[in-house]
Each structure stands twice: as structure tokens, then as C-alpha cells.
Design a protein around this ligand. Structure first.
Ligand code: 2AM
Ligand code: CA
Length: 266
């Protein structure tokens, strides 16, 4: 029998410990490199933090697999067994430019099913956490089931990238939605955007390009409060590839899918 409470307790203590180390790093000069393009950034702290988790996990749970953004984990081709999906710093650009608005994101899956989700907003000391079937929490407060909201009263998370010329979607599709909603926001950390929806502070999040470590934890949280999670074609997310993502409160997801995305056939 897998002891999920033990895994959860370890994961939470490591996340807090990593958060302390990240805060200490603010006194140091960062070593910043670019990855896929000039705005896709990684620092020595992203790498050190991922390596910290890998060392801890491998020592405590040698048979668990690890998929980490910075590539220090395993070469994952399937989600068989127990897999930790880790983004050591989600929102690296914010980490570098603002020293805030970033998070540690860890999703723990068993045979492809999300069991534990942890998103730690280090600077605000806010730990969003969920275990499948046990509810979602922000620190010690249980999060309430999400309520339905209309498009014209919705505040949605949408980066301007997707309403200007880009290579993923005709900008007129989402600019029509941006026009109709009450407001748009963009935090620059997918994990924190998903956590904000789980906490009821935001109503939807739409993006055309996320990697599994950006959403693995968030979708565990969202499932506990009734958030609807699909790609922009209405299909389930794939945890081994990049995805488009449409996460929304119930009702709003259906409206956006039907009225703006032509039921996924845009
Ligand atoms: P990161 O900071 O861990 O790289 C910013 O818009 C959000 O999208 C962040 O969560 C960021 O994660 C993620 N992101 C940035 N560039 C990305 C890319 N090329 N592919 C997938 N996700 C990306
Ligand atoms: Ca990252």
C-alpha cells in the first residue's frame, strides 16, 4: 500500500525548505541563461532547487519517477507507477525581474492519476495543497467549491500574447472574449494562475502553450473544487507533452468553449 500521507508530509516539508533557500538566494547575483528563446529563462536557482528535490525524493522513495522542467529528473516516457512532476520555479521571469509572483509547483501522479498537488507562493508564504478526494486548501483554510459565473462578470487570466499576432491562434478569437469579460489579468506564473482559480479569485485561465510541470499540480487542486480543465479543443490534458489550456469555473468553461471556440473547432 502506498502511504500517501507520508509522501504528502515529505513533499510539503521539502517545498517549505526549498522556499527558504530561494529567499536566501536574493542576496546573491543570479546566473541567468536562456533556453528555447531569448525570453525563456533559467537561473542557477531553478537548477539548484530542482536538484534539491531530486536528491530528497530519490533518497526517500527510490522507486518513484521524476519529471522536472530543468531536466535533472528521469527520462519519462510513460506515467506508470508514481511520478513527481516538478517545476522548481514557475514564473522564472518574475523571479528574476520582481523577486515575487513565482511558485514551486509539484504534482504527484499514480498511473497518470493526480494524487497530490502543491503550489507554493514563496513570497506570500501561501501553500495551496490538495490530495485527491480530500479537498483543496490554502494554508489551513479549505477552499470552497467553485460557483458558476457569466462571461460578462468573469475576470479571466489571459496573456496579451494570444490576442496579438502569434503562431498558435487567430488573435480575433480571444480578443472577442477579452472584450466581453469584466476584466483580464496575467500573472506570468501558470501555477499561480491555476491556484487563483482554485481559490475563487479568478474565473478562467486560457493559454496556448503550457508544459506538464506548469499545470500538473494545479489540475489536482482544481479537480477538488470542481474546476473544469481541458485543452482549447475540449480534450483532456496530456501530461507528457505541451498543451493548450482552458481552465474555468463550471458553466463558464462550457460558454467559452461553445460561444468563442466553436466547440473546439476554431
Ligand atoms: P516558467 O516560468 O516555469 O518557464 C508564463 O507565461 C508562464 O508560462 C509561466 O508559467 C512559464 O513557466 C510558462 N512558460 C513560459 N514559456 C513557456 C514555454 N515556452 N512553454 C511552456 N510554458 C512556458
Ligand atoms: Ca520553471
Amino acid at each position: 500500500m502506498v502511504n500517501w500521507n507520508e509522501i504528502d508530509a515529505y513533499a510539503k516539508s521539502w517545498v517549505k525548505e526549498a522556499g527558504e533557500e530561494i529567499k536566501k538566494s536574493f542576496n546573491q547575483t543570479l546566473n541567468i541563461e536562456t533556453k528555447s528563446n531569448r525570453n525563456d529563462l533559467v537561473t542557477n536557482i531553478d537548477k539548484q532547487t530542482e536538484q534539491f528535490f531530486i536528491k530528497k525524493i530519490k533518497a526517500a522513495f527510490p522507486d518513484h519517477n521524476i519529471l522536472g522542467e530543468e531536466g535533472f529528473g528521469d527520462n519519462i516516457e510513460s506515467l506508470e507507477g508514481i511520478t513527481w512532476i516538478i517545476d522548481p520555479i514557475d514564473g522564472t521571469m518574475n523571479f528574476i525581474h520582481q523577486q515575487r509572483n513565482f511558485a514551486i509547483s509539484i504534482g504527484i501522479y499514480e498511473n497518470g492519476i493526480g494524487k497530490i498537488g502543491l503550489i507554493y507562493d514563496v513570497i506570500h508564504d501561501e501553500l495551496y495543497h490538495a490530495m485527491k478526494g480530500k479537498g483543496a486548501y490554502l494554508n489551513h483554510r479549505e477552499l470552497s467549491p467553485l460557483k458558476e459565473v457569466n462571461v460578462n462578470e468573469a475576470v479571466i487570466s489571459l496573456n496579451v500574447t494570444w490576442v496579438i499576432q502569434n503562431n498558435k491562434i487567430d488573435p480575433s478569437i480571444l480578443s472577442r472574449l477579452a472584450h466581453d469579460v469584466r476584466g483580464t489579468r496575467s500573472y506570468g506564473s501558470a501555477a499561480l494562475e491555476l491556484a487563483s482559480i482554485a481559490a475563487g479569485r479568478m474565473d478562467a485561465y486560457i493559454t496556448l502553450r503550457l508544459s506538464p510541470w506548469d499545470f500538473a499540480a494545479g489540475i489536482v487542486l482544481l479537480e477538488e473544487v470542481g474546476g473544469i480543465v481541458t485543452n482549447l479543443h475540449g480534450e483532456p490534458l496530456n501530461l507528457l507533452t505541451q498543451n493548450s489550456v482552458l481552465v474555468a469555473k463550471p458553466g463558464l468553461h462550457q460558454r467559452v468553449m461553445h460561444d468563442y471556440l466553436h466547440n473546439g473547432k476554431w
